[in-house]
Design a protein around this ligand. Structure first.
Ligand SMILES: [Zn+2]
Length: 170
């Protein structure tokens, strides 16, 4: 922002900018703040678009932060559900929680790496996912049928809610 712009260097530039963005007339604003009409016109044409672009970037960045925090909250809840389901040996619920946690991880990774939108998230090498998978497979140790079903579902890359086919007894 060049110093030579009398609007940009004005003590009340924030107020003036707000009025300009709201559609205030150049002549009235010039008179009200002791500026020349031509400098107000020049400032409106040359500097307001840049200010607006910067403001909208700031809003987008703030929105991305909010979204990230929200996804992190969901992730914490998914882990809590997973822990509770493990304790209660509710494997169907645990499977749903894994699926939830996994899609949250994907979203988180995408948000964190959003500067590169083409980033391809590979969960098979995501340490958090590996840890989670080990946790589940370990918890299912005393239940070989359920464990086999979970492992098969993980290998398929898709865990379905109806993955109870392995439980058909003799
Ligand atoms: Zn200016």
């Amino acid at each position: 922002m060049p110093r030579s712009c009398t609007v940009c260097s004005h003590d009340l530039r924030h107020v003036i900018n707000t009025e300009l963005v709201r559609g205030g007339g150049n002549r009235r604003i010039a008179a009200e703040y002791g500026l020349s009409e031509s400098s107000v016109r020049r400032h409106r044409a040359d500097h307001i678009p840049e200010l607006l672009a910067r403001a909208s970037e700031a809003v987008e960045a703030a929105h991305a932060d909010d979204l990230l925090e929200e996804v992190r909250g969901l992730q914490r809840r998914a882990y809590a559900v997973l822990g509770a389901a493990e304790q209660a040996q509710e494997y169907r619920v645990a499977l749903a929680a894994i699926r939830e946690a996994r899609s949250n991880l994907e979203l988180l990774a995408r948000l964190v790496g959003q500067l590169d939108s083409t980033l391809n998230v590979n969960l098979s090498v995501n340490s958090e996912w590996i840890e989670l998978r080990a946790l589940i497979v370990g918890a299912l140790e005393p239940h070989p049928d359920a464990r086999a079903a979970v492992l098969a579902a993980i290998r398929q890359g898709e865990i379905t809610k109806n993955g109870s086919g392995a439980g058909e007894g003799p």
